[in-house]
Design a protein around this ligand. Structure first.
Ligand code: UD1
Length: 342
């Protein structure tokens, strides 16, 4: 028997698609809203190939409030929302801040408005460790104060958290959990879904797999003069399937009323920091590919090091990252090869 229907906005995107798979495999029905601005409709078929179940799909941008209402009038049985749909390119957000504020803030506000109007109590929000900036003390806990964002994109994550904090406090029948992701990497073991950035990738692992596939000539490592064990930046790289599972756990928590406050937020990472050079070495040993890379200057806006204290997620959610870095990087490479037909 179905555990109920979950709306996944941005469900054809990278983290969204993996979350749809995990939801279906835990017994939930899923309806996706996506405007396909940064993903493709084939993802819906690939999800079906993995799970045997085709999620329902509606194509529109959540900035259109009238379409949001039409949606909730059609789907009257939604138990909870997981909200991924957002613009996410850090550099572009600096060039086009209004696009980011308009899309990311309006979409969330429209959803919360519909939660009130249509009585959908629960929402899980896709936040980011970007809200911490460069923390003074590592690992970073949820108690660590947020810092002023480095980019309009990062600021939208912080303001969205404020919108949820204030809305859940004012409108008593709404509950929210924000998950602060560290750096999601890897792909589903089937190699049918994965990260598929348009144009030149900004993020490290897609750049690595595209270089390994011969699409990019060389990976640039941005800086080896940071105050870290090998001079390259430290991040907490979290497997996307592990991350997707955290969403299922958060939904179960809300639906069973186990949340301890109307608004909660959790760090979702491995708890371990790896340097960029360590990740490159793990990639080479996991795949046997000899990666062409060189050290270049620092990238503007990069923070030196961050990794999560995941005690709260481990103890409160009963969730823990399980996959190793090597299996995660092998899954990213398998996805790239499968996607390119290599
Ligand atoms: C960035 C965003 C973060 C967002 C995340 C999405 C910033 C400040 N943060 O995180 O808000 O949630 O993407 O996944 O932009 N690197 C290289 N060469 C490359 C690409 C990256 O050396 O070609 C290095 C970077 O300098 C960094 C690390 O790899 O040290 C990770 O970079 P990236 O994957 O872009 O993620 P973040 O910058 O950590």
């Amino acid at each position: 028997m179905s555990k109920g229907k979950i709306l996944v906005t941005g469900g054809t995107g990278y983290i969204g698609s993996h979350t749809v798979v995990e939801l279906q495999q835990s017994g939930f029905d899923v309806v996706i809203i996506d405007d396909l601005s940064n993903s493709s409709i084939e993802v819906v078929d690939n999800i079906e190939k993995i799970t045997g179940i085709k999620p329902e799909f509606e194509e529109f941008n959540l900035q259109d409030y009238a379409k949001c209402e039409t949606f909730f009038e059609k789907y009257t049985d939604i138990k909870a929302i997981i909200h991924f749909a957002a613009s996410k390119a850090v550099g572009e957000s600096v060039q086009e801040p209004l696009k980011y504020y308009r899309n990311n803030l309006t979409s969330l506000m429209n959803l919360v408005e519909c939660q009130r109007k249509y009585g959908v109590q629960n929402i899980v929000f896709s936040s980011s460790c970007t809200v911490y900036g460069q923390p003074e003390i590592l690992p970073v806990t949820e108690e660590t104060p947020r810092k002023e964002a480095e980019s309009p994109y990062g600021n939208t994550k912080s303001v969205c958290e404020d919108i949820l904090r204030d809305s859940t406090s004012a409108y008593k029948n709404i509950n929210a959990i924000a998950l602060r992701y560290f750096n999601p990497i890897g792909a589903h073991e089937s190699a049918l879904i994965g990260e598929n950035p348009s144009g030149v990738p900004n993020n490290l692992v897609p750049f690595i797999t595209q270089t390994a596939a011969g699409i990019r000539e060389q990976l640039s490592v941005f800086g080896d003069d940071y105050d870290t064990r090998d001079g390259s930046c430290i991040r907490d790289f979290i497997n996307v399937v592990d991350l997707a599972k955290a969403h299922v756990v958060a939904i179960d928590r809300l639906l069973s009323g186990k949340n301890k406050a109307n608004y909660e937020y959790f760090n979702i990472g491995t708890g371990d920091g790896a340097t960029v050079l360590e990740l490159i070495n793990s990639f080479m040993s996991a795949t046997g590919v000899d990666l062409n890379y060189k050290i270049v200057g620092r990238r503007d806006g990069d923070i030196e090091k961050i990794y999560a204290d995941t005690t709260l997620a481990n103890e409160e959610l009963g969730w823990k990252a399980e996959k190793t870095m090597e299996e995660t990087l092998a899954s990213a490479w398998n996805w790239e090869k499968h996607y390119r037909g290599l």
